[in-house]
Structures are given as C-alpha cells and as structure tokens.
Design a protein around this ligand. Structure first.
Ligand SMILES: [Zn+2]
Ligand SMILES: [Zn+2]
Length: 239
C-alpha cells in the first residue's frame, strides 16, 4: 500500500519559515497519522548568491538534524531528507556533486528563478511577465531532461501571471508532461498553490493522464500549514 506521506516540508533555515525546531514537523506529522515525512528545504548554491534559502554553511547542520530525527523516530515514522532546488545550468558540477554524495534522499526541482543567459539570473533583467513565465517553464523541461532531479515541484505555478490559458501554454504543458513521463519523474500537485490565486492551473492538470506519476506536496513552512493542508489533501483523496 502507498504510504501516507507528508511530502515537501521546509525548515527555519530558509529564512521564510516558522522559527521552530525540525522535530516540531515530525511530531505534527505523527499526530496527523502520517507514516512518512519528506523534508525538502530550499537548497543553497555555492557562493550564496540567492535569497530565500539556507546558506551553504547550514547544509551539514540540516542533514545532521534530519538524519538524527530519522533515527530517533525509526519504527514510528519514516523521515527523509531532501532539497528543493532550481535548475541553473551554470551549476552543473554542483548537481553532480549532490547526486554523487548520495547525502539526500530526494532532489526536488523547484524553479523559482532561471538562468536568462549564462551567469545572468532572470530577476537581474527587466523581463515581461510572459518572458519570465515561459523562461521558468522552459527551465523546468530542461531540468527534467538532465536526470538530476527526482520530482518536479509545482510545474504550473510559474504560469500564474499568464492569465487565460492559451494554445501555446497547452502545447508546452504537454511537452513538459511528456518529458516527465519519459524520465519517470512525478509531478507535484502543490497544496500551497491551491491556496493562492492563479497558481494552480487546472488546464495544466487536465493534460496529465492516468499513467503519469503525480505526488501531492504540502510545501509547508510551518506545522500549522502542514495540518491545514493535510485536511485539504484528505478532501482531495476522498473524491
Ligand atoms: Zn519556501
Ligand atoms: Zn517549497
């Protein structure tokens, strides 16, 4: 039987989550009846250029903390340690190091920024909403093709500002879904996106077929969010 998993949980290290111990999430997950919890905090990048994530020097502490919880709660709940990370081609070696180290159970592709030109990040350039959205979308497809990532987070979220669903968006979505299927990478239906206007794009999911792997993600930045989204997930699964 498929495990009752709480997938996609952040920690205080990213700087925009609740200031609570990592253990608070595990305790809440047990209280909610989960038998698996997967942490995927925002990964640092060498040089610590980007905001909204832990610093490189925090990475070891994160790993040690989550592995400690894995041992402490063994037999009660399975605890996994992953990272949520963007695909930025410049950092090819870094992804290869992360994969080769086998330190993490999951690398979750979460495309919040993209490399507009080599070494130039999209937020450093004045780009239209459309160029931004399609740049992120394209980067997700490229990322899937690399084989570095295990799951794709909120594939539809970057289309938030695109307004009405167009033929082009539909074709691009089908292409992304095709690549994910080919690579056997699950697509994440993100419970946080469902709480925000326009972030969850139903027409995208209408293209996802029976045979495509889908995982529901909590994107929890606080134990209370985990609880609220757990209820939502139960509702969805009851349908
Ligand atoms: Zn976050
Ligand atoms: Zn996240």
């Amino acid at each position: 039987m498929e495990k009752n998993e709480i997938f996609h949980v952040h920690t205080f290290r990213c700087g925009h989550a609740a200031e609570v111990e990592d253990e608070a999430y595990v305790k809440k997950a047990i209280e909610l009846g989960a038998d698996k919890i997967t942490f995927t905090d925002h990964a640092p990048f060498p040089g610590d250029f980007f905001a909204w994530r832990m610093k490189c020097e925090q990475l070891d502490g994160y790993l040690t903390s989550i592995r400690g919880l894995q041992e402490k709660y063994a037999g009660r709940i399975e605890v996994r340690c992953g990272l949520e990370i963007e695909y930025l081609p410049t950092f090819k070696n870094y992804y290869e190091e992360l994969r080769a180290s086998e330190a993490f159970d999951v690398l979750l592709l979460g495309q919040h920024i993209f490399e507009y030109k080599p070494g130039l990040w999209n937020y450093e350039v004045e780009l239209s909403d459309e160029v931004n959205a399609m740049g992120l979308f394209e980067a997700q497809i490229k990322g899937l093709e690399t084989g570095y990532f295990d799951v794709l987070a909120h594939p539809d979220r970057c289309l938030q500002k695109m307004g009405e669903w167009t033929r082009e968006m539909n074709l691009d979505s089908k292409e992304l879904i095709r690549v994910a299927r080919e690579q056997r990478i699950p697509l994440e239906k993100n419970l946080a996106s469902m709480e925000s206007d326009g972030m969850y794009r139903k027409p995208f999911w209408a293209n996802v077929g029976e045979g495509d792997a889908v995982i529901i993600g909590y994107d929890a930045h606080a134990p209370e969010e985990m609880e609220r989204r757990h209820r939502k997930k139960m509702e969805i699964e009851a349908k």
